[in-house]
Ligand binder design. Structure first.
Ligand code: SF4
Length: 167
């Protein structure tokens, strides 16, 4: 697919519609689509895209939007989050998933950080417009690397969303 489109792009200047057919179920289908569509978009090839997954059609839309965001062709919420380590004392994986889900329909062009600890997390995610860093039973809300306040872990998502509303 990648070779065919590269060849075609050299030979004509028609608008090109990119898609990896029969890509599979969500996980592998998204990986294949991201490689196929994403690498061509990075080469400047492609005018429209379609992600095909053996899954609910809405998941194809999410996947397409995420590929466009990942290659910088579409604004929207970009979530950065750390991989967790021995310093993580909150349910960061669960929190990152809930943040992602809560911001699914948000059209703001912002970077939101979800980090495991305040010691490294706030500095590492200094470029984020807003973020959250885990503590022990609590979490720190920060903006552009600056600490705003400490909240209880149970209130962390709500407090982060409140802060995003002000952006
Ligand atoms: S931000 Fe903190 S918890 Fe996350 S990987 Fe870095 S040091 Fe570990």
């Amino acid at each position: 697919m990648i070779s065919a489109y590269r060849l075609l792009a050299q030979k004509c200047d028609y608008p090109l519609h990119l898609g990896v057919t029969e890509a599979g179920t969500e996980r592998m289908g998204l990986i294949k689509s991201a490689i196929g569509i994403g690498s061509l978009l990075c080469d400047g090839i492609g005018d429209t895209i379609r992600v095909s997954l053996t899954d609910e059609p809405i998941r194809e839309i999410y996947a397409a939007k995420d590929i466009l965001k990942a290659v910088g062709k579409r604004g929207g919420v970009r979530i950065v989050s750390c991989p967790t380590c021995g310093r993580t004392a909150i349910d960061l994986i669960g929190l990152a998933k809930r943040v992602e889900e809560a911001l699914r329909g948000c059209e703001k062009d912002i970077t939101v950080a979800v980090m495991g600890c305040a010691v490294n997390g706030i500095g590492e995610a200094g470029e984020a417009d807003v973020g959250i860093a885990g503590g022990n039973g609590n979490a720190v809300i920060f903006k552009k690397g600056r600490m705003l306040r400490t909240v209880a872990e149970s209130e962390a998502l709500g407090e982060l969303l409140k802060e995003i509303e002000t952006l």
